[in-house]
Design a binder for this molecule. Sequence first.
Ligand SMILES: Cc1cc2nc3c(=O)[nH]c(=O)nc-3n(C[C@H](O)[C@H](O)[C@H](O)COP(=O)(O)OP(=O)(O)OC[C@H]3O[C@@H](n4cnc5c(N)ncnc54)[C@H](O)[C@@H]3O)c2cc1C
Length: 420
Amino acid sequence: MTELNWAGNVAFGAARVATPATLAELRQLITSADPGSLRPLGTRHSFSRIADTTGTLVSSAGFADPAGVAIASDRASVSVPAGIRYGELARALEARGLALANLASLPHISVAGAIATGTHGSGVRNGSLATAVRAIEFVDGTGEPVTLRRGDTDFAGAVVALGALGFTTRLELDVEPSFEVAQTVYRGLPLAAVLDRFDEVAALGYSVSLFTTWTDPEVVDQLWLKRRGDRDAPAPESVLGALPSPVESHPIAGVDPVHCTPQLDAPGAWLDRLPHFKLEFTPSNGAELQSEYLVPRDTAVEAIRAVRVLADDIRPLLQVTEIREIAADELWLSGAFGTDAVGIHFTWLPEQDAVDALLPRLEERLLPLGARPHWGKRFHADAEALVPLYPRLDDFRALARRHDPRGVFVNDFLRAKLAL
Ligand SMILES: Cc1cc2nc3c(=O)[nH]c(=O)nc-3n(C[C@H](O)[C@H](O)[C@H](O)COP(=O)(O)OP(=O)(O)OC[C@H]3O[C@@H](n4cnc5c(N)ncnc54)[C@H](O)[C@@H]3O)c2cc1C
């Protein structure tokens, strides 16, 4: 049976899926594999052939048992099986009065897969989910188990690693005491005012997302403000003239918000407010495609203006654009490496040929502004265009060759995008 990704736009070329459940099984699989014949697989939420292979997809499902979640005695970190989904991990932590600093929009993605691609939530002070990693354990392309801790040489290259070094089995993540978040949605903000006061708007609370459909290119449709009960000021009565919505909203105006996390400024646990969508709502597949570009904060306003110029071309293919903030980090392949960043995201209609035809035009405008494409979403740029954006790319390639000298985990995507 052909294996598909979550969006159904990628039919994996793999001959089989293996689900090793022990280190010994995993090591045996790797040491007996031919070059280019294995790829780690998470929950399949990426939109490209990043996880594809013509050989064997190595599922993370065998390393996903919630019983393997182990909280450190000082309650400052948690060790988790790498394939666990964020939603399950969040529940296990909340049951012990603990929290992760941030979550992505959807709780159904695996920790290993999210971290491997630099997945992020929002917040001017919140790094991507990978910045919570204290230690990573993986079996590399030689079959050797490797543990790297924050501060070790090579750690910063091994966290956002696109599955190019090996298969991640466990991760140790920072945690903190559980906290409450309240969500308020403001509707109809003037784009010009948002851009004039972008840094101020982005810092209104713990996590801020701007959603727009470019239906009226001069208006940002919605601002989602997520405030922490323990540190943020009360929700403003209005933002740039826009008032809080008196009813629950979906990021796409007019869509039933039944699957969205509660809003209306009602406080609730972090895990029930930081994602936009409820954990109980598990879409097994989705009629959408996604792209996202992380631009340095300094060029973000110019980048949003550049997108606005293409509004007439974007609109017919678009479900919604989301703009978020990601704090700088030191992870070599992270979109926020060395700079605070702003993610300009597009949820597209599932019209792949038309979307793929538009992406080079978007990138022509955004890449010169320093935009780095989200590794898990659709983009056009190849290795030649990406090299100048990642100052540590040569170091990453050297690291990958050291851990996977036979190229067991190399696929066409890694060849095209990283010249591995
Ligand atoms: C509806 C939806 C909402 C999303 N929301 C956000 C969002 O809010 N923010 C954001 O930044 N992104 C978001 N994404 C993108 C998503 O987070 C990334 O595509 C992420 O990589 C998906 O994780 P996964 O487990 O499905 O990985 P997969 O797609 O299965 O794999 C992705 C990569 O991770 C590698 N990998 C997987 N498991 C392992 C492992 N055990 N060891 C080593 N490498 C591994 C794979 O080889 C591959 O290179 C969203 C995607 C969808 C479909």
